[in-house]
Design a protein around this ligand. Structure first.
Ligand code: ARG
Length: 463
């Protein structure tokens, strides 16, 4: 019997050594070594289960535990020697284990395959990363709540079509961002439910002939339950796609926040100041202070959406069960997680230091006839049909435009020319403060509502 190429764990069947380029081309150890600790965690649970059902002896288990503990330490200290000869993280660790402990190392792979092993490792890995992402997301949500509370009374223009529409409070605007992140948080939690199901035990594709106890392994690894179909278990990457889709939504939100911050930091808007620590200068224009952090986050949203597309295309047309194509899931997934963690962190660090230029926001809201709808509503309360009121206010706005004045700066006599029902109390609602205070219902922009929304947000995050 030929023993060519025996240093490679899966090679006895082969009479020829793998082509050197193919070896490099097919290896994943360069990137999947990131899952090493999860691979060890999975192996420890698998070994404990094999011992419980009598496949491994207590001595085998003790050797495996000792060997894997040493390997874990070597990896953490950066001493572990990764080799593309062993193709991926799983075979590198198994080969090293056998070097260290001998025969028990060779027994570890009983009743499993790299196909269920890799599916388990990615799920464990994503579970850990999602916990980190949720942590950063919460930091950002808390920063928004604090800011919204400080800015509950701050008046700014609200926009539609990027044209001044109606006055809103800055706190209300910030709480809109908070709402988006609440949905993102829910989506992550929901996607976690499907990630937290254990494929281990599906083996290569059909299950195994050993009397394995998958409930025990699932319990040891903190999975909610074992998966129900072995073919599906080794081939399913829906959870990866869901994670990338959730990540794309988060990045889309961060990109929208970024766009507003970039606009508001411009000299034309001049609504906010982004602290120097989050900006950079220009190499040629000495006056420049560029909002790099939001710009970069806006740019990075593209790559995450790209990863979602790659994963969808990766899975489309794959027949059951495992195919090597699946090895391509890792880089987009890892990059999605890294990008999310970094972008959320940058935003959570930056937001507490973003300063509202309250005066400028106020002046800008005043310039745009933002209380025109309030005047129309006032006329409706005095008995005019809304369409007629809309028309009348249009004429008042035109007078304001022609004479360079806001509606609140027109005289009572001038206003009464448009409708005799108008009396002096009109100026309460033409003031920006009156306009925002009037929108005092759940979901409205009134400072009182913003404060309530902040309090509700704090309660939500506390549990
Ligand atoms: N490196 C592989 C992956 O990432 C592990 C599973 C390989 N299984 C196999 N039968 N070739 O998907």
């Amino acid at each position: 019997m030929s023993t060519v190429n025996t240093e490679k764990l899966s090679s006895a069947r082969f009479a020829e050594a793998t082509d050197a380029f193919v070896e490099e081309f097919t290896a994943s150890v360069g990137f999947d070594q990131r899952m090493a600790q999860q691979d060890i965690q999975g192996s420890l649970a698998h070994a404990a289960m094999l011992c419980k059902i009598g496949i491994l002896t207590e001595q085998d288990l003790a050797d495996i535990q000792r060997g894997l503990a040493q390997i874990s330490g070597e990896i953490e200290r950066g001493e572990f020697v990764w080799s593309i000869k062993q193709e991926d993280v799983h075979m590198n660790i198994e080969a090293r284990l056998t070097d260290l402990i001998g025969i028990a190392g060779k027994k570890l792979h009983t009743g499993r395959s790299r196909n269920d092993q890799v599916a388990t490792d990615i799920r464990l890995y994503l579970r850990d990363d999602i916990a980190t992402i949720l942590g950063q997301l919460k930091r950002l949500q808390l920063a928004l709540l604090d800011k919204a509370e400080q800015e509950a009374e701050t008046i700014m223009p609200g926009f539609t079509h990027l044209q001044v529409a109606q006055p809103v409070t800055f706190g209300h605007h910030l709480m809109a961002w908070f709402e988006m992140l609440c949905r993102d948080q829910e989506r992550l939690q929901d996607c976690l439910k499907r990630i937290n199901i254990m494929p281990l035990g599906a083996a290569a594709l059909a299950g195994t002939s050993y009397p394995i106890d998958r409930h025990l392994t699932a319990e040891l690894l903190g999975f909610s339950r074992p998966s129900f179909n072995s073919l599906d278990s080794v081939s399913d990457r829906d959870f990866a796609i869901e994670f990338a889709a959730t990540g794309s939504l988060i990045m889309m939100h961060l990109s929208r926040f970024s766009e507003e911050l970039v606009l508001w930091a411009s000299a034309q808007f001049d609504f906010i100041d982004i602290p120097d620590a989050f900006c950079t200068g220009s190499s040629i224009m000495p006056q420049k202070k560029n909002p790099d952090v939001p710009e970069l986050v806006r740019g990075k949203s593209g790559r995450v959406t790209g990863h979602l597309m790659s994963l969808l295309m990766l899975m489309k047309s794959q027949p059951l069960a495992y195919n090597k194509d699946n090895q391509e899931d890792k880089e987009p997934l890892f990059d999605t997680a890294d990008t999310l963690i970094n972008c959320l962190r940058a935003f959570a660090d930056m937001m507490p230091h973003v300063k509202a230029k309250r005066q400028n926001m106020y002046q800008s809201a005043k310039r745009g006839f933002a209380t025109a709808t309030d005047l129309a509503d006032y006329l409706v309360r005095k008995g005019m049909a809304f369409r007629d009121a809309h028309e009348v206010v249009g004429l008042a706005v035109r007078l304001g435009l022609e004479s360079g004045r806001d509606l609140s700066e027109l005289s009572l006599a001038e206003l009464q020319d448009f409708s005799s029902t108008i009396s002096a109390d009109v100026f309460d609602i033409l003031k920006l403060e009156g306009s925002v205070a009037a929108r005092n219902h759940i979901g409205g922009t009134a400072p009182a509502q913003v404060k309530q929304a902040v309090a509700a947000g704090r309660l939500l995050l506390a549990c």
